[in-house]
Write a protein that binds this ligand. Structure first.
Ligand code: NAD
Length: 256
């Protein structure tokens, strides 16, 4: 379905981004990965479907590196038709104790990076009159939780940014949407499970059950595969007129 398309997924060496990159490659897209950590492991997983998958190590807190990555994607893959802005980090603390450096990093990586990537990728999409931008926001783009000031601010920001970009391209073949997962069991959330287990002197499974019970009525984690299936759908012709949406995949979290 996506065999003539090229895709860049930021933060795709782990978790949700890796799941999305695998699914896009499975559906025929040429893929560029980005992110830190186990780059070789991630490349091996995606190369099962796109043997020529590339990786770019751009730091998503650095605008000039983001622009260079988009240019490289265009030069080496032949374009950047699908842009998934997924890279993200978390820090949990009440506002008076929130480190300024963490605030700045979360705003840069979870919000500003999407602006810089879209700014660089949109002209090419506009020339080809086709593009798909999917911003991985969160339920925290729609509702708040305590102790997550920077994350909630960044995710609300990216939902707003998604709407602006969708409207600016509304008469074109470029759609821009946000997806808003609830809890997904990735390294980002495992840290929060570990913190809960330590604070409450419970085991890992009990901490996971409590985390889910607090917010996610299905009591099931959303999976990277479920989110990836949604991204593939958003890249399909059936989604041509879905524009500026923020789609929650959250086991009922924000229905409450
Ligand atoms: P993860 O920690 O498994 O993956 C994060 C990815 O981002 C990794 O590939 C990491 O290398 C990359 N990354 C981090 N900082 C970077 C930087 N400066 N430059 C380039 N890459 C960087 O986390 P995840 O849970 O898969 O999160 C992915 C996205 O999904 C994030 O935007 C997160 O906010 C969002 N999200 C996650 C959940 C959840 O429950 N896990 C829920 C809602 C939204």
């Amino acid at each position: 379905m996506l065999s003539a398309k090229t895709a860049l997924v930021t933060g795709s060496t782990s978790g949700i981004g890796l799941g999305i990159a695998i699914a896009l490659a499975q559906h025929g897209a040429r893929v560029m990965l980005n992110g830190f950590g186990d780059v070789e492991g991630a490349l091996a997983q995606v190369r099962r479907f796109d043997p020529k998958t590339l990786h770019d190590g751009a730091d998503m807190s650095r605008p000039e590196q983001i622009e260079a990555m988009i240019r490289r994607c265009e030069a080496e893959l032949g374009g950047c038709d699908i842009l998934v802005n997924n890279a993200g980090i978390q820090h949990v603390a009440p506002i008076p104790e929130f480190p300024v450096e963490r605030w700045d990093a979360i705003l840069a990586i979870n919000l500003s990076s999407a602006f810089h990537a879209m700014r660089a990728a949109l002209p090419g999409m506009q020339r080809r009159n086709w593009g798909r931008i999917v911003n991985v926001a969160s339920v925290h783009g729609l509702v708040a939780s305590t102790n997550k000031s920077a994350y909630v601010a960044a995710k609300h920001g990216i939902v707003g940014l998604t709407k602006v970009a969708a409207l600016e391209n509304a008469t074109t073949g470029i759609t821009v949407n946000a997806i808003c997962p609830g809890w997904v069991l990735t390294p980002l959330v495992q840290k929060q499970v570990d913190a809960r287990a330590a604070a409450e002197h419970v085991d890992n499974d009990q901490a996971k059950r409590e985390l889910l019970a607090e917010k996610q009525p299905s009591l099931q984690f959303t999976t990277p595969e479920q989110l990836a299936a949604l991204v593939v759908f958003l890249c399909s012709p059936g989604a041509d007129n879905i524009r500026g949406a923020a789609i929650n995949v959250d086991g009922g979290w924000i229905a409450q």
